[in-house]
Design a protein around this ligand. Structure first.
Ligand code: ADQ
Length: 741
């Protein structure tokens, strides 16, 4: 599996940063390694694609090169980046980068998504710059992306890009992965309404969207539902254009590179030197980028409490704290650096002795071999972020412990804690808990350490970064297949032409038209869907042709249909077929039904509606509908489920049925449905052109009974018994307009 899926397509990786940084020195370009989980992980995956038994197609990496490059140097950088790193630079000016990266990315999205709401800035200028830079990425990509590429966009810097790119190239396969947490709806909604909508719509431009944990996936789906109103079914969201899949892919590490590195003589030598520096001393390691989300001050205070409470360990432990410089120039980061340094000084001052410094602090980038050496000598690895999308340091430490010893202390707020349950899990806000965990880790027996690590290593070995990326890419291909299957049923221009031709040649036609969601958009309250002059004019035009029998076939009550359409020479069907009316005739009941049951059930339905703000009861002559389109979706889900259960019990052994519709629950007599009514219509006349259009499950009854020659169309890109799908109500209206010429 980790051998790679041969997609036969070129992979285009898009991220804010490229796998290298460039600087301009004396008019010349200099390339440096760039650090971070995203780059390291993806670089390993790309290497594995090349090494695979059947090497995958080419790749190209698109991103910002790390500094402003102007003039002729741009062409040089383009050539060099492609030759050396298979990369393609996106050029941005310093000003663009400042408002985009230091501004919207790092002062708005980063703090908000990590639940640091008080650090979050809401600055319109930065938002405009964020939109602009996403647009610049889109421009650059459209110069080099080919229709059959797989484009994989990464992280919070580029959340608008999927939609921008899709609009340019609708056939392109686009995946999006978020490396940081997606916050709960209550936090995400703090963004101004316009921004949060555009961000969600931006991401939904992708075909596949991935998150590290199930929680983030769930939060995203919730926000999509509450803000854009799209429901999901098993992680699939149907927008007006396509199906989008939302999935969880916990990012792994390049496991074997850590295992293999431990035995390297240079690394062993470095580890030995480290050990010798701290003879008879237990090493606690702490490694992260300088960031307030990583919880470094709390970690230090936790260690301080540990020292306070455990004098027996004085002189016998050391906290090796390595902090990588990051986002230099952002106030919070500069302030935090000072805070950390002061704390280290204070703790060392308080407990240190001439022969012992409790905390050894380094502010620097550590190259890979030194990092492995550090992991391999650390008896404990202390990873206590306040929030972290995943946290790869925790995984890297466990992978490096080849002998199975060592204890990982891990924050429950890191995505990695979902997979590394055998670590000592702590709440990073609770410093006492951190102190106790250090104590527990120091006292843990070798056998237990090995047992815990073995379980974690098994998982990390199997679900490594190659597997993560392969799964994503494979899923992206499958999502496209799913979309294509669904699209195969979309009414193509050719079928539309054939339909119009058949329509023109036919002598007698029946057109069954559902109303809400088919001829009119679904609205928050049913009474707001009154047809406008255009719709009425269209129905009038259809009925003016003597060959046509237009029929509005609806679940609504007959009083409403009569008031809205009674003056037109068309057929009407109310309450899903219970009532029908031919043009110029009176309303007739299809089947004798009782309605006495309503007095018994109405108060129950009203009680439930009282409990759910936004729910409403609609009483029809022979049925009752309980609508909840404008209610809170989560609460509605629970109340609706409870009520359905209650009603199903009450109506058992009666002639009633309880039906779940689109944001509505209906109770009505059995044996009534749109299909039975349509059949009756068909049997009484001879039609050589039959058309039926509808948007929900009640229309499926209709599609099922129609003859093979009929044209049946379901509105929305969903599975259906209809022959074709149309994406929106606008297209329904356009089609009907084409009929009347
Ligand atoms: P980061 O916030 O960068 O990543 P993390 O997952 O810990 O956090 O990755 C850090 C990477 O940098 C690791 O591979 C580590 O080895 C390396 N590193 C750490 N300290 C270093 C040092 N001093 N010198 C050199 N290298 C160092 C974001 C999200 C995370 C998510 C990753 C991947 O914030 O939550 O896990 O992306 O999706």
């Amino acid at each position: 599996m980790s051998d790679g899926v041969d997609t036969g397509r070129r992979l285009v990786v898009v991220s804010n940063r490229l796998p290298f940084n460039v600087s301009v020195e004396n008019g010349r370009l200099r390339f440096h390694e760039s650090a971070g989980g995203l780059v390291t992980g993806l670089a390993a995956y790309i290497e594995s694609r090349k090494r695979a038994r059947i090497p995958s197609k080419d790749h190209v990496w698109v991103g910002w090169p790390g500094s402003t490059v102007e003039g002729d140097l741009r062409d040089l950088l383009r050539t060099e980046a492609l030759a050396q790193f298979q990369s393609y630079p996106v050029f941005l000016s310093e000003k663009e980068m400042e408002h985009f990266y230091l501004g919207f990315c790092n002062k708005t999205l980063w703090p908000l998504f990590h639940y640091f709401t008080t650090f979050t800035a809401y600055d319109e200028n930065s938002w405009q710059q964020y939109k602009h830079v996403n647009q610049v990425f889109c421009e650059t990509l459209s110069q080099l992306v080919r229709q059959d590429d797989l484009v994989w966009i990464h992280d919070y810097h580029l959340m608008l890009l999927p939609r921008l790119l899709k609009a340019r190239m609708p056939e392109l396969s686009i995946g999006f992965f978020l490396h940081i947490p997606f916050p709960s709806f209550e936090v995400f909604r703090l963004l101004p309404a316009r921004w949060r909508r555009e961000i969600l719509e931006g991401v939904l431009g992708a075909d596949l969207i991935g998150f590290h944990t199930y929680e983030y996936t769930h939060h995203f789906l919730q926000s999509v539902l509450r803000i854009l109103g799209h429901e999901h079914h098993m992680g699939q969201i149907v927008t007006s254009e396509k199906v989008v899949k939302v999935e969880t892919f916990p990012m792994g590490i390049d496991f074997s590179s850590f295992v293999d590195a431990v035995d390297h003589p240079d690394i062993q030598q470095e580890a030995k030197t480290l050990r010798d520096t701290f003879p008879q001393i237990k090493i606690i390691l702490s490694v992260d980028r300088l960031d307030y989300s990583k919880g470094i001050p709390n970690r230090l205070r936790g260690f301080e409490i540990f020292l306070e409470k455990n004098a027996r360990y004085h002189g016998k432990v050391v906290l090796l704290m390595v902090v990588v410089p990051s986002r230099i120039g952002v106030d919070q980061y500069d302030r935090m650096k000072r805070q950390i340094e002061e704390l280290v000084g204070k703790i060392n001052g308080r407990f240190g002795r001439i022969d012992w410094t409790p905390i050894v602090y380094q502010y620097r980038y550590v190259p890979f071999p030194s990092l492995v050496a550090l992991y391999s000598v650390a008896d404990i690895c202390l990873v206590t972020p306040l929030r972290d999308g995943m946290n790869l340091v925790a995984k890297e430490y466990v992978a490096t412990r080849k002998e199975g010893t060592g204890v990982l202390i891990l924050s429950e707020m890191a995505g990695a804690s979902k997979e590394l349950g055998d670590a000592l899990i702590v709440n990073p806000n609770n410093r006492e808990e951190i102190a106790e965990a250090i104590n527990e880790a120091l006292g843990m027996g070798i056998e237990e350490q090995k047992k815990r690590n073995e379980l974690m290593q098994r998982r990390l070995r199997r679900y490594n970064v190659m597997r993560w990326a392969n799964d994503f890419v494979k899923d992206l291909m499958e999502t496209r297949e799913l979309q294509e299957r669904m699209r195969a049923k979309l009414l193509s221009p050719a079928i539309k032409r054939e339909m119009i031709e058949r329509y023109t040649k036919s002598r007698r036609r029946v057109l069954f038209l559902d109303y809400d969601g088919t001829m009119a958009l679904l609205v928050r309250h049913p009474s707001l869907a009154r047809p406008d002059e255009n719709t009425l004019g269209l129905l009038r035009a259809l009925s003016a042709d003597p060959k046509n029998v237009p029929v509005i076939i609806s679940g609504r009550d007959r009083t409403t249909l009569q008031a809205w359409f009674g003056h037109l020479p068309i057929g009407l069907v109310a309450e899903h077929g219970l009532w029908r009316k031919r043009s110029g005739e009176k309303w007739r009941l299809s089947k004798f039904c009782s309605s006495e049951w309503k007095t018994r059930l109405l108060p129950i339905l009203e009680d439930y509606a009282d409990r759910l703000p936004g729910a409403a009861v609609e009483e029809k002559e022979y049925s009752i509908a309980w609508h909840y389109r404008s209610a809170d979706p989560d609460q509605a889900f629970l109340v609706a489920a409870e009520m359905t259960d209650h009603l199903v019990n009450l109506t058992a052994k009666t002639d009633l049925q309880v039906l779940q519709g689109s944001k509505v629950i209906e109770i009505r007599n059995t044996g009534i449905n749109k299909g039975a009514t349509a059949l009756d219509w068909l049997l009484r006349d001879h039609f050589d052109f039959v058309l039926a259009m509808g948007d929900d499950w009640t229309d499926e009854d209709l599609f099922r009974v129609l003859p093979d020659s009929a044209f049946s169309i379901r509105v929305g890109v969903v599975n259906t018994n209809a022959r074709y799908n149309l994406a929106t109500t606008h297209e329904v209206i356009d089609l009907l307009r084409d009929f009347v010429g």
